[in-house]
Design a protein around this ligand. Sequence first.
Ligand SMILES: *Cc1c(COP(=O)(O)O)cnc(C)c1O
Length: 378
Amino acid sequence: MNHDFHEPGDMHEPLYVTRPYMPPLAEFIPYLEQIWQNRQLTNAGPFHQQLERELANYLGVEHLALFANGTLALVTALQALRITGEVITTPYSFVATAHSLLWNGIKPVFVDIDSVTLNLDPEKIEAAITPQTTAILPVHVYGRPCGVERIQRIADIYGLKVIYDAAHAFGVNESGGSLLRHGDLSVLSFHATKVFTTFEGGAIVCADAKMKARIDHLKNFGFADEVTVVAPGINAKMNEVQAAFGLLQLRHIDEALAGRQRVDALYRELLKDVPGIHCVPHPDSERHNHSYFPILVGSEYPITRDALYEKLREHSIFARRYFYPLISDFPMYRALPSATHANLANAKSAADAVLCLPIYPDLSTQDVTMVTNFIREA
Ligand SMILES: *Cc1c(COP(=O)(O)O)cnc(C)c1O
């Protein structure tokens, strides 16, 4: 008896929700040779400077400051704007969004999401503003644009700063330009799971040179020059190997985005008539990045979201419940008055229904078909 028997269609490598896009190794070697030759490993070296220029140019933004990771970039963005007191944010995100507030001694105030966009609902922001509120920290979830115009109008009325957690929004364009131009600052993540990666990494996008200088000081211990420390800064610098990998990734970014678009279109086609499976619709943005492929598992579907998640796992398909649990359900947040499920009904529904399917540039048509077949068969 062979206990390891698998169905023929089951013989496949495990599928993860995402995999980094790795350009040919041979193309990376010349970068490494240059680093070995000039021996500048970090501290705004030549690749760091080049990547800041090339990314600002590619993304269509004024200034961009590279970081060791996205979380340090978020923490530093709040420092750069001297945010204190209370900040309005979304519970439907990766936990780093709210953690960046706690690291700054700021109280998160959770506001519910819109049930269609899954982003912070602009209509619910005003009711959460108090005399302590200093900023709004929305997230462009799955790279789908927030209601940026409405959020800015509210911020202007109440004198609030706006910091976008744009960790999912690399390369997203809308209404004639980069989504990253909105708000006072936007923060990117270049973690290995993101559309554009530098192993670990991140950036703050800003509009003026003075702010860029302040951010550059803050990420380097507060040094303004060799003998001048202007702020209690942190060490959040990106090193030269990371920056070099970013330059190489950037050379391949358009083919990577095209690959994601192909996978996205295929999923939509293959899942369009599966009862109870709702693909989160595309935003109307001019250029989307297909950073995730979220589906909502409805009550018409024969099994629960968690049962589908387990079933896929049994077949070595590691879909992820992004975002579940809600940030507001974690122990360091759940006692906050704004963390109650009554306050966050749409976020709770989304967290209970969502499943992000594998998507990355070189995911094969055969694998996408296999994933959707398992979903159909339930
Ligand atoms: C990935 C991510 C972060 C954190 O970025 P790191 O680079 O992993 O520190 C923050 N917010 C959101 C929404 C993310 O998805």
